[in-house]
Write a protein that binds this ligand. Structure first.
Ligand SMILES: [Mg+2]
Length: 173
C-alpha cells in the first residue's frame, strides 16, 4: 500500500517516540513545515477534560508563533473541540471522519500551502497518519499524552495499530 510519496500509507513521515509537547519546533521549521493540523483526543488531552496541561499549552502557544495551527478531530462534539481551540484562538474541525479525505482536503485548501509543508500530528496510525499520508502531508505519530502533559504509559491502542500496520506491510518503526 504505497502512499502519495511512495512511502507505505501506514508509515508516518516522522515517528519520534515523543509526545507533542516534546516535539522540537526548530526541527519542524527546518523541515520546511509551515502549518500543523493537530489531532485532539490523546494527542493534546487524555480524557474528557478540556483544560490543556501546562506543557501542551506552552508548546502550542510557542508553535502558534511560527506555524498555522488547526485542530482536527474525529470527535463529534463541537462543544468539546471548540472549548480546546478557544484556549488557543486557532481554527478547528470536529467530526472530521479521518481517515476520509473530504474534511482534511478543505483544511489543506484553506491553508493554501504545499502538502509537504503541512504537518499532520496525531496518536493514531489508522486515522491521523493514514488520512494525512493520503493527501501527501508530513505525518507525525506522537505518543499519547497523559493528564500532566507527559507521555501516557498505557498506549495499548497505538501498540496494536503498529502491529496491524506491520502485518499490512508497513516497515517497523
Ligand atoms: Mg487521537
Amino acid at each position: 500500500m504505497a502512499g502519495v510519496s511512495g512511502r507505505h500509507c501506514l508509515q508516518p513521515s516522522w515517528d519520534p517516540g515523543q509526545t507533542i509537547a516534546q516535539l522540537s519546533l526548530s526541527d519542524l521549521l527546518s523541515h520546511g513545515i509551515r502549518a500543523a493540523v493537530i489531532d485532539v483526543d490523546r494527542t493534546l488531552l487524555p480524557g474528557r477534560d478540556v483544560q490543556l496541561s501546562g506543557p501542551v499549552k506552552a508548546w502550542l502557544v510557542d508553535a502558534r508563533q511560527s506555524l498555522h495551527l488547526h485542530l482536527f478531530s474525529n470527535n463529534p462534539s463541537q462543544r468539546r473541540i471548540s472549548a480546546v481551540a478557544d484556549q488557543l484562538e486557532v481554527g478547528f474541525t470536529f467530526g472530521a471522519r479521518k481517515p476520509h479525505r473530504a474534511a482534511l482536503r478543505r483544511v489543506v485548501a484553506d491553508l493554501n500551502l504545499p502538502p509537504e509543508c503541512i504537518a499532520m500530528v496525531g496518536d493514531r496510525l489508522f486515522t491521523d497518519v493514514l488520512g494525512g499520508n493520503r493527501l501527501g502531508l508530513f505525518t507525525i505519530l506522537v505518543r499519547p499524552i497523559a493528564s500532566d502533559g507527559g507521555p501516557c504509559t498505557r498506549d495499548g491502542i497505538q501498540r496494536l495499530e503498529r502491529t496491524l500496520a506491520r502485518w499490512l506491510g508497513a516497515p517497523a518503526a
